[in-house]
Design a protein around this ligand. Structure first.
Ligand code: 13P
Ligand code: SF4
Length: 363
């Protein structure tokens, strides 16, 4: 019988650290731990590979380990399951580590949107559905079935270029900001990127708006990145005019417009890593990552600041704690798989198609 989580919740982080190290030693190459950049340090330091969503999905696809323990959120563990071999097992240490943005689109709402759009035009001939990787597997499957594709914050532009080679319009879900920020860099005017409000009939749009749109943006957003505001940049720059601003593309349009650099978590890390000593950075992304960058680069004389005066942490990423990691690993040592993330075969097949299209067009 598998050990229950409850006793682990009473352990302090130091005890967990020792138990995680011992379990890793025992499991050897049968185990790989993948860690997203937003993970807290006590977990992040145990990752064999760290990265943004694209890099980690490639790692999952390439891994030979029996067990892929994903320190991230649920959609990431689903992608690992879809892209790995059937006998490999994908594990999420805490099943309640979801992504609130991913939850803003569901299959029922997307299918309804597709049906409503078909009253105005023929979506299967005119619209490519694109789902941000931050979405449930059944939405990736929807995209696979309808000639669509997945994107991440790294490859969104390449993906959109591919889409416009296939069909004239895009339905982009669930993150309106990534869609708008990317579309704008491709010279698509703002009024040709309309927002589909999934709570309203016909998305709250007129027939003319739908006909004229190049990109139909789902009304979803990340509650963490939504907190960043252009005034925060103005206020900071009054004090430190030399500041370079770098933002994740899930941030609002106005913030990205005032930023010097826009890109994925991996891009943000690389840009600051490669900057000269003495530079000052204002960063719009999740707090754990920004704090790590601050600590890592202060010795090189680089000043890294968090954009918002308020704490903007991804509370679901934070659910992966050393206690849950110790719990899943010690169970594996005992031969018990707990918290397996398994995508049903029919969904996985179509979702894989959409993911493979993405991997093919990615730089
Ligand atoms: P990245 O792929 O840039 O790491 O982004 C993932 C994410 O969830 C950002 O909020
Ligand atoms: Fe989802 Fe936002 Fe957390 Fe990223 S930061 S996992 S988009 S809730």
């Amino acid at each position: 019988m598998s050990a229950a989580i409850q006793p682990y919740t009473l352990l302090d982080d130091e005890d967990c650290e020792a138990r995680i190290l011992a379990a890793r030693e025992e499991l050897g190459e049968r185990l790989v731990i993948l860690g997203h950049h937003y993970q807290r340090n006590e977990v992040f330091r145990h990752a064999d590979f760290t990265g943004d969503s694209l890099k980690l999905s490639r790692q999952a696809a390439a891994s030979k380990a029996d067990y892929i323990v994903f320190c991230g959120v649920h959609f990431m563990a689903e992608v690992a399951d879809i892209l790995s071999r059937p006998e490999q097992v994908s594990i999420l240490p805490d099943m309640s580590a979801g992504c609130s943005m991913a939850d803003m689109a569901n299959l029922q709402n997307v299918e309804r949107a597709w049906k409503e759009l078909s009253e105005v035009l023929n979506p299967d001939e005119m619209i490519t559905p694109v789902t941000y990787i931050n979405s449930a597997a059944d939405l990736k499957s929807f995209c696979g079935e309808h000639g669509g594709i997945v994107c991440t914050s790294t490859n969104a532009r390449h993906v959109l270029e591919w889409c416009f080679e296939q069909r004239e319009k895009v339905l982009f879900f669930p993150d309106q900001h990534l869609g708008r920020n990317t579309g704008y860099t491709m010279d698509i005017p703002l009024d040709e990127m309309v927002v589909w409000d999934f709570d309203k009939p016909m998305g709250g749009l007129t027939v003319e708006q739908i006909q004229q749109a190049k990109i139909i943006l789902w009304k979803g957003f990340c509650s963490v990145h939504q907190m960043f505001q252009p005034e925060q940049i103005d206020n900071f720059k009054q004090k430190y005019p030399e500041t370079r601003v770098i933002s994740h593309p899930e941030s609002p349009f106005e913030v990205c417009q005032k930023s010097d650099y826009i890109g994925s978590t991996e891009y943000i890390i690389n840009t600051i890593a490669n900057a000269e000593a003495g530079t000052r950075w204002l960063v719009a992304t999740e707090l754990n990552l920004v704090n790590r960058l601050h600590e890592q680069y202060k010795h090189e004389g680089k000043n890294v600041h968090f954009m918002s005066p308020n704490v903007c942490m991804c509370s679901t990423m934070f659910r992966i704690d050393p206690q849950h990691l110790a719990w899943v690993l010690e169970n594996l040592v005992e031969g018990h798989v707990v918290n397996q993330v398994s995508v049903p075969g029919d969904v996985a097949e179509q979702a894989k198609l959409a993911l493979e299209r993405m991997l093919e067009v990615s730089p």
